[in-house]
Ligand binder design. Structure first.
Ligand SMILES: Cc1cc2nc3c(=O)[nH]c(=O)nc-3n(C[C@H](O)[C@H](O)[C@H](O)COP(=O)(O)OP(=O)(O)OC[C@H]3O[C@@H](n4cnc5c(N)ncnc54)[C@H](O)[C@@H]3O)c2cc1C
Ligand code: FES
Ligand code: FES
Length: 475
């Protein structure tokens, strides 16, 4: 593996499955990066990864405890040591001045996430700055002091009018000057890297956010195909009424796609309910589909878009509807030699409405108790009023051993006119399609109630004219 670690180039013969966190601390003795949960939850191990994307150097925060070094080949890794300047930099100074560090264990993670905010393409508002630290947990401070420090950091960045964040942060000594030379260095390294790697026979790793939680030891010496390094598995395109998304695209790739956001204007808001910034920066769609969790948020999202997957064994390809991909608990329609190449779905028309809902025990950084999505293509009378539902797709998670496409509910709603009676009937049919179990995320009755309420939430969001209060307690 070859990459830049802070301001130095690194070449290592260690297996690609070695965790970046271990490499940084044990091989490079950079102990500023802390080990907390090793499961992506606490953010103590946060580092930045800089990657050349379409000739632009983009930095994203990631949890190094779930990142194999194979995923940083040809990239720039930044630890807290790599953002030190001669004295405390303004981010560290703000944390210090606001009393935002007590035992200090979480502090490097927060500082690195705030550095990631400074380097990001966001508008650098205070809200964006708070969102950038949504994957960092602090046991001591109570967060108010950290929020005040974040305010100071976002104020610094608001002074930037048009400059590239890398140039602006270097010029204003927010981050060290060596960052301005990284793009050129990476271009040189990239010349020696083949992105069209052969995808046969190997174990697939996307972002590693599932695999490295489940089996970190086993993965170190596994023969891995790093999907995120494979140019053929990347990219998002909108052509001939079809949206195609490469299997190794991450949630953040979609959040940053202008076209995707044009078709799904609520997407950025909806995905804030899903994990945290550093996990979304790593989590791929294929990883979400293949791990086959009955509550996988993106599986539920794309089931309601009636998406299909293209599978390949390197020689032959075949297409399978996502709704037919799940055969039983963690059983999928994929042969051992096949991998997911891409996902396709019809681009929504101007008469298509879409909504995603999720309920979890905590608002942030929690998996769903129940989640659901609904897509409705409406037929309209005149300009505004809806006359009927031309096509409907509804999905639900956490209510069956598999992520569920509600085929009977979808079939019932298709062709119907919007009315209170139709909504209540659809909810009854949905109840007959599900088979929830009681577990840590709720009892059977609670999950049934949640799906009922989430379906009402879909109709309420998509058709605000409905008097939803009447339906809340209707039998
Ligand atoms: C802290 C934390 C919070 C999380 N929160 C959420 C959440 O809110 N909602 C949610 O849905 N999930 C959540 N997850 C789970 C996880 O992040 C997602 O499921 C993610 O999409 C998995 O993608 P990945 O690329 O990281 O998967 P990986 O771990 O890389 O892979 C997962 C599985 O998919 C296989 N795979 C990957 N790519 C391919 C391919 N192209 N072809 C064939 N097989 C492939 C791998 O072999 C493996 O079996 C969370 C995880 C963590 C650690
Ligand atoms: S150690 Fe907790 S997120 Fe990595
Ligand atoms: S200062 Fe102790 S965990 Fe944050």
């Amino acid at each position: 593996m070859q990459f830049i670690l802070n301001d130095k180039e690194v070449n290592t013969q260690l297996p690609g499955g070695t965790l970046l966190l271990d490499f940084i601390r044990y091989h490079k003795k950079l102990t500023g990066t802390k080990i907390g949960c090793r499961e992506g939850d606490c953010g103590a191990c946060t580092v930045l990864i800089g990657e050349l994307i379409e000739d632009e150097l983009r930095y994203r925060s990631v949890t190094s405890c779930l990142t194999p070094i194979g995923n940083v080949h040809g990239k720039h890794v930044v630890t807290v040591e790599g953002i030190n300047t001669e004295t405390l930099n303004p981010i560290q100074q703000a944390m210090n001045d606001e009393g935002a560090t007590q035992c200090g264990f979480c502090t490097p993670g927060f500082v690195v996430s705030l550095a990631g905010f400074c380097l990001s393409k966001s508008n650098h508002t205070y809200e964006d700055c708070i969102a950038a630290i949504d994957g960092n947990i602090c046991r001591c401070t109570g967060y108010k002091s950290i929020e005040r420090a974040a305010k100071k950091v976002s104020d610094l960045m608001l002074e930037n009018k048009n400059e590239e964040p890398i140039e602006f942060t270097a010029k204003n000594k927010i981050l060290p000057a060596y960052f301005t030379g990284i793009k050129k260095q990476l271009k040189e390294i990239q010349k020696t890297i083949d992105h069209n790697v052969d995808a046969k026979t190997k174990r697939f790793v996307g972002g590693g956010t599932d695999l490295y939680v489940q089996k970190p030891e086993e993965m170190i010496h596994a023969d891995i195909h790093f999907a995120m390094q494979d140019g053929k598995l990347k990219g998002i395109s909108f052509e001939n009424n079809i949206c195609t998304i490469g299997a190794a695209s991450t949630v953040t790739d979609l959040m940053e796609s202008d076209l995707f956001n044009q078709y799904f204007p609520q997407f950025k808001q909806q995905v804030k309910l899903v994990s945290s910034t550093p996990i979304r920066n790593l989590a791929t769609f294929a990883g979400n589909f293949v791990n086959a969790s009955p509550i996988g948020d993106f599986t539920i999202f794309f089931l309601a878009l009636n998406a299909s997957l293209q599978l390949s064994n390197g020689t032959k390809t075949r297409t399978v509807a996502l709704k037919d991909f799940y055969k039983g608990y963690k059983e999928i329609d994929k042969h051992t030699d096949e991998f997911v190449e891409k996902m396709m779905f019809d681009i929504p028309s101007e008469n298509t409405l879409f909504n995603f809902e999720k309920v979890s025990k905590r608002a942030n950084l929690d998996i769903a108790s129940v989640n659901s999505a609904m897509q409705i293509k409406v037929r309209r009378d005149g300009q505004t009023s809806v006359s009927s539902f031309e096509e409907v797709h509804v999905s639900a998670g956490g209510v069956s051993p598999i992520p569920l496409y509600l085929s009977e509910t979808s079939g019932f709603l298709t062709g119907k006119e919007l009315s209170d009676g139709v909504i209540l009937q659809a909810i009854d049919i949905a109840q007959s399609e599900i088979s929830p179990i009681s577990d840590a995320r709720g009892s059977i009755d609670y999950k049934r109630l949640l799906l009922r309420q989430l379906m009402l939430a879909h109709f309420h969001t998509l058709f605000p004219e409905i008097q939803i209060e009447k339906l809340l307690y209707a039998q």
